[in-house]
Design a protein around this ligand. Structure first.
Ligand code: C5P
Length: 402
């Protein structure tokens, strides 16, 4: 029986299309079976002949070609693949996929497949940053599509910024990871992420600068390891890839409610930057300026400490509870105090002092603390922190058994 993994490459149209040829060559070197198709725009940049020569298979280009449809229809192609890679994924192609259009061969395959689909976007930085593109990507993520890149760099158009497709060696690593079977043990993790918003009146709130990127990367990494993941997202936090349960909340009270009702779980990761206080008395009408007074007095009361409640108060405490400590000074001392006070098992300390770009940025420098360990991780991307933490969580949970 042929158990070689099968990759379907959809090559979109952009200056990065040429990189797909090298990518196909490297896939073949790894003994993967590859078929390729080109979008109409893709055909302007590379030829079907080049793709056919590298894959060793014919390259259909038209949804309405009777010969191709009779020979190996778009439905058969959609079923054939173990993984579909769209590279380069153009803004236009992702817009089509996000809206369920299926008026050409490539988009019809995306709509017809139940296989994992990975997009490798490539475009000009302005097109990448455009709200329509970003909204399409968010939507595709909630449908379960995955993304490889893009990255920062100089572009063919002479600009510099986000929107460059990854190089084929980097793409290969991402593809191989996705072809590995996930762990078979069915562990459940709850991850909280992002800020909370505490309403003052119907139009105002207090919140913080958390982007939710780190929590999203932890959830992604746990999901890729085979965990069942419940992702509890504060407002505006980046949403991880699809396939996991996503609960969107606003306030700390809502986050606590979502967390406790998602128990039991094996692991709880509290990456959210939960507001410590909420407004003592919410005003159900918009507060007005008072003529006499130049100032406004608001009183606050403490929010529930979600991490502490899950660590100490719930009946079905997860076997592993992980918290975060974002500190502007005395990181080690404060993180150790938090570990003891909150009753969690591990704390990941972040220095968010003046020099750091941790809050909202893409990188993180972590101090890992448990009752017995004290481990300083080097500065790395939030994605790498997510992967490293997920490995550690998996080893811990798996070692202790169920
Ligand atoms: O006390 P502090 O907010 O610095 O603690 C940080 C840790 O506690 C984080 O893991 C955060 O998610 C959690 N936390 C919480 N509920 C709060 C405040 C913080 O779960 N109300």
């Amino acid at each position: 029986m042929n158990d070689r993994k099968k990759i379907l490459m959809i090559v979109g149209g952009g200056i990065a299309s040429y990189k797909s040829l090298d990518f196909i060559r490297r896939l073949k070197e790894r003994n993967l079976e590859v078929r390729g198709i080109l979008t109409k725009a893709g055909e302007h940049f590379i030829t079907p002949l080049a793709v056919a020569s590298l894959t060793g298979n014919n390259v259909p280009t038209d949804l309405f070609d009777p010969e191709n449809e009779a020979h190996f229809s778009h439905i058969e192609l959609a079923r054939w693949a173990d993984l579909i890679v769209v590279a380069p994924a153009t803004a236009d192609f992702m817009a089509k996929a996000a809206n369920g259009l299926a008026n050409d061969l490539a988009s019809a395959i995306i709509l017809a497949t139940t296989t994992k689909v990975v997009f490798a976007p490539a475009m000009n930085v302005r097109m990448w940053e455009n709200r329509a593109t970003q909204a399409n990507i968010e939507r595709l993520k909630t449908y379960g599509y995955e993304f490889i890149g893009p990255t920062n760099g100089s572009m063919a158009c002479g600009e510099y910024g986000m929107g460059r497709m990854l190089e084929s060696v980097e793409m290969i690593a991402e593809v191989e990871r996705r072809l590995e079977p996930p762990c078979e043990r069915n562990y459940r993790a709850i991850v909280t992420s992002g800020p909370t918003r505490e309403a003052i009146d119907p139009v105002r709130y207090i919140s913080n600068h958390s982007s939710g990127k780190q929590g999203g990367e932890i959830a992604n990494a746990l999901y890729e390891k085979g965990f069942e993941v419940v992702f509890i997202a504060g407002p505006g936090s980046s949403l991880p890839q699809g396939g996991m349960e996503i609960i969107q909340v606003n306030s700390a009270d809502e986050m606590l409610q979502a967390a406790t009702s998602s128990l039991p779980a094996d692991v709880f990761v509290s990456a959210a930057a939960v507001s410590d206080w909420k407004i003592a008395e919410y005003s159900d009408h918009k507060l007005k300026k008072q003529n006499k007074s130049q100032s406004l007095d608001l009183s606050f009361v403490q929010n529930p400490d979600i991490l502490q409640v899950i660590s100490r108060d719930v009946k079905n405490r997860p076997r592993l509870v992980v918290g975060f400590a974002a500190e502007t000074n005395h990181l080690k001392v404060n993180a150790a105090k938090k570990l003891a006070k909150k009753g969690c098992d591990w704390i990941l300390g972040n220095d968010i002092g003046k020099e750091s770009d941790t809050m909202g940025g893409d990188f993180n420098e972590v101090l890992f603390l448990s009752r017995t360990e004290n481990d300083k991780w080097p500065r790395m991307s939030k994605k790498e922190v997510g992967a490293r933490l997920a490995d550690r969580i998996y080893q811990h949970i798996n070692r202790k058994g169920t």
